[in-house]
Write a protein that binds this ligand. Structure first.
Ligand code: BV8
Ligand code: ZN
Length: 261
């Protein structure tokens, strides 16, 4: 564990006084909502596949039924899930930061829309969202309900061009939306405080964003029960689950905050 340059009260002061606060979240912030993290999503039935072998265009071309069944399993997990105190605390933090005229940007790698459900407003969905499905040929969004699809029945197709429907996510080997990536990079470069929460920080180009921030002098805080490549960059590492530590941080930084535990 590398030593951290800030003590706890200094960390709280930074959160209270940041002018341009950016947060990058990964699957870990949804773990306490019962959604398996990306690495854990390879449980049981899926354990014989690596995420890169399911969340990729080649997998969809060669085994569309397998890929859609995996996404159906993930969509059902998300439909059964609710925002946890970590999501709610981030929505509260955004409100507090905006109230004092400072800027707050939430960059998420997650595709479960739980930040939006928790009330977060300025969310940049770097990797898209599980629904609505879109046509893999013409890109048209579809209202098709994958959760209710029978995996033994015919593959869902586009009503306009008969192309196969797919989740509206960015797969490995697919480029992120250039405008969203630019927005995320600009926010990171301008940030003075950058929180990295619940990500193993291996997937590019999202994992490069904290480095962009640090290069320009931003302070990096990390919330993760484990260490990651980012930990060595962090001025402060909270080695705890986000759903526990974020409400606590909010309570300490803003006594009387709503979502405190
Ligand atoms: C691209 C959507 C250009 C789909 C996902 C360098 C530059 C550019 C690209 C690459 C590069 N090097 C390699 C690449 C290729 C690739 C890549 O990064 N590969 C990795 C494996 C090395 N990148 C791409 O393909 C990207 N495209 O760059 O386009 C291009 C074009 C053609 C050819 C080359 C390049 C697209 C990447 C996006 C992929 N899509 N998701 C879907 O969800 O189905 S990525 C997916 O995996 C997630 O969205 C997420 O981003 C990632 C998983 O990461 P995490 O969120 O961190 O989750 P993980 O389970 O790993 O970790 C959870 C963490 O939480 C752990 O640390 C754990 O300790 C912690 N935790 C657990 N519980 C808690 C907790 N923390 C807090 N509280 C808790 N309670
Ligand atoms: Zn179509």
């Amino acid at each position: 564990m590398s030593d951290f340059s800030l003590n706890h009260s200094e960390a709280l002061e930074r959160i209270r006084s940041a002018n341009r606060l950016v947060v990058l979240t990964g699957a870990g912030i949804s773990a306490e909502s019962g959604i398996p993290t990306f690495r854990e999503a390879q449980q049981g039935l899926w354990s014989r596949f690596r995420p890169e072998e399911l969340a990729a265009p080649k997998a969809f071309q060669e085994h569309p039924r397998r890929v859609l069944t995996w996404y159906q399993w993930r969509i059902k997990a998300v439909q059964a899930a609710h925002p946890n105190p970590g999501h709610l605390a981030l929505a509260e933090l955004e409100e507090k930061v905006s109230q004092r005229g400072a800027s707050f940007t939430l960059l998420t790698q997650n595709v479960d829309l739980l930040h939006q459900k928790a009330g977060s407003k300025s969310v940049v969905k770097l990797h898209g969202s599980l629904e609505p499905l879109v046509c893999s040929s013409c890109g048209k969004p579809s209202k098709f309900n994958l959760a209710g699809w029978n995996p033994q029945s015919k593959l869902p197709t586009c009503q306009t061009c008969r192309g196969l429907l797919r989740p509206n996510v960015i797969w490995f080997g697919e480029s992120l939306d250039p405008d969203l990536l630019e927005q995320a990079q600009q926010a990171s470069i301008r940030s003075d405080l950058f929180l990295v929460i619940g990500t193993s920080a291996v997937v590019q180009p999202a994992a490069s964003l904290p480095y962009l921030a640090a290069e320009r002098g931003a302070e990096i805080f990390e919330i993760n029960p484990r260490t990651t490549p980012i930990t060595s960059l962090a001025a402060y590492h909270f080695p705890a689950p986000a759903g526990k530590i974020l409400p606590k941080l909010m309570q300490e930084a803003y006594p009387g905050a709503e979502n405190a535990q």
